[in-house]
Design a protein around this ligand. Structure first.
Ligand code: EPU
Length: 430
């Protein structure tokens, strides 16, 4: 059992380089299944979710070689099976992209139900509705495996999503890239990683137009050639460091970002009184000597405020003056971490999708548990602010999505380390 140990109370100061986007990487890596030649993916974040999806591809038969810490060479040609049902597949949410990619390549797929962070119901009905509309017959086998079957190449069609869904939009793009004819996805999600996946596929010869708008048109092609492609910077990792530096009243140069992708995050920081300066591929956040004030936040699909930054901003809002109202509009149960923040002295009440956050809290250290990836990031922020020594357990969630978070924070002056605890000692401290 490993934990993060944080001695809080120090402002973050310096510069941090943002890694490649997790939620782009976990789609682009399975997308290589569709390619007819080897490809090279650069700016791949070195995180456990990426290592897992790369291993899943290897288990399918692909040749995956790590050229350096952030570059993968993938040769998908040796893949001969459309069955991905092992435990690794169950270990992550994004394994649902195997469905779209395998349907695209083999017009059949057999994939274990996805796992991942738990914050309430995470249905995939829209994915299945889309595959069915394209001609694949989808069934749940033994309550644990999705089987999609078609005796021929699936066909392009018009699909209107009932709800704006990132995963569905990308998964249908994967199934459609080599489909017969044109697929039109309307009410599509517009996140930067959707554009990134479309750019990757188009670089290989796909014909996708409209990614980044709510109507995406995909005309099927027969062949995708090899490419070298660099993944976009991680908007959410950047937003996490931006929230952390504001919460600790520090000053930070955040490098390797696309400032446009951070607009909704930047706007909230400016609203509470933080200075944000934008450069071509960097932002400077300055919260030194500032009295920060309350704001309201509503999470929305892109370009709205991202749900994946909601917990980190709630942690920040406990440190500003006034009462903030946060409304979570994407997930129905993404406030599980708030009871952990209560243990650290936060005053937050939750009613359904709404959290009312009292500012001016004096956070104190406590043993707390990461309940999911972004929850873990919020607890780190609280620990960086709190007086005393905070211990965070279940850090495997955090390491799914944040590359070298300890090293990056230590370089900014934080006192944070990872410590191994034998199981019996943990039982006493937990
Ligand atoms: N939804 C349905 N039916 C579906 C699919 C989604 O009702 O078939 C609903 C969901 O229940 C949710 C909403 O639609 O209420 C949006 O879900 P979406 O499909 O957009 O989420 P996702 O694709 O499963 C991705 C990210 C999440 C991020 C969401 C929203 C990946 C691997 N995961 O999930 O990232 O919160 O989009 O932006 O890309 C994270 O990185 O911490 C994380 C959880």
């Amino acid at each position: 059992m490993e934990k993060y140990i944080i001695n809080g109370g120090k402002p973050l100061v310096g510069e941090v380089t943002i890694s490649g986007a997790k939620n782009a990487a976990v789609a682009i890596i399975p997308a290589t299944i569709l390619c007819d030649e080897p490809c090279r993916i650069e700016n791949v974040p070195n995180i456990s979710d990426v290592n897992l999806i790369a291993r899943i591809l290897q288990n399918l038969g692909a040749k995956v070689k790590r050229v350096d810490k952030h570059t993968l060479d993938i040769d998908p040609r040796p893949i001969r099976t459309y069955e991905a049902t092992d435990d690794a597949v169950r270990g992550m949410r994004a394994s649902y992209y195997l469905l779209g990619a395998l349907i695209g390549r083999f017009h059949n797929a057999k994939v274990a139900l996805p796992g991942g962070c738990n914050f309430g119901l995470r249905p995939i009905d829209q994915h299945l509705k889309g595959f069915e509309a394209m001609g694949a017959d989808c069934n749940l086998v033994n309550g644990a495996i999705i089987e999609a079957t078609s005796d021929k190449r699936v066909c392009g069609t018009e699909i209107h999503l009932d709800t704006v869904s990132v995963g569905t939009t990308m998964n249908l793009m994967l199934a459609a890239v080599k489909a017969q004819g044109q697929t039109v996805i309307s009410n599509a999600a517009k996140e930067p990683h959707i554009v990134d996946l479309a750019n990757f596929l188009n670089t290989m010869g796909a014909n996708i137009r409209g990614a980044g708008t709510d109507v995406i048109k995909i005309r099927g092609v027969d062949y995708l050639h090899g490419t070298t492609y660099s993944i976009i910077p991680d908007q959410i990792e950047a937003g996490t460091y931006m929230a952390a530096v504001a919460a600790t009243r520090g000053k930070l140069l955040v490098k390797n970002v696309t400032p446009k992708h951070l607009d909704s995050i930047t706007a909230k920081l400016e609203e509470i009184g933080v200075s944000v300066e934008e450069y071509d591929e960097a932002v400077v956040i300055d919260a030194t000597n500032r009295d920060l004030r309350r704001c309201n936040i509503m999470t929305m699909p892109h370009p709205g405020f991202p749900t994946d930054c909601q917990p980190q901003f709630v942690a920040l809002l406990t440190t500003v003056s006034g009462t903030s109202i946060v409304t979570e509009n994407v997930w129905d149960n993404r406030y599980q971490y708030i009871r952990e923040l209560h243990n650290m002295g936060a005053r937050i009440s939750v009613n359904g999708r709404v959290a009312i956050v009292d500012g001016d809290c004096t956070l104190h250290a406590a043993p707390v548990k990461a309940t999911d990836l972004r929850a873990g990031a919020a607890l780190i922020i609280a620990g960086l602010v709190a007086s005393g020594t905070t211990e965070i357990s279940s850090i495997h969630y955090i390491e799914r999505g944040y590359e070298e978070i300890i090293e990056k924070l230590c370089a900014l002056g934080a006192d944070i380390k990872k410590k191994y605890f034998p199981e019996d000692e943990t039982a006493v401290t937990a």
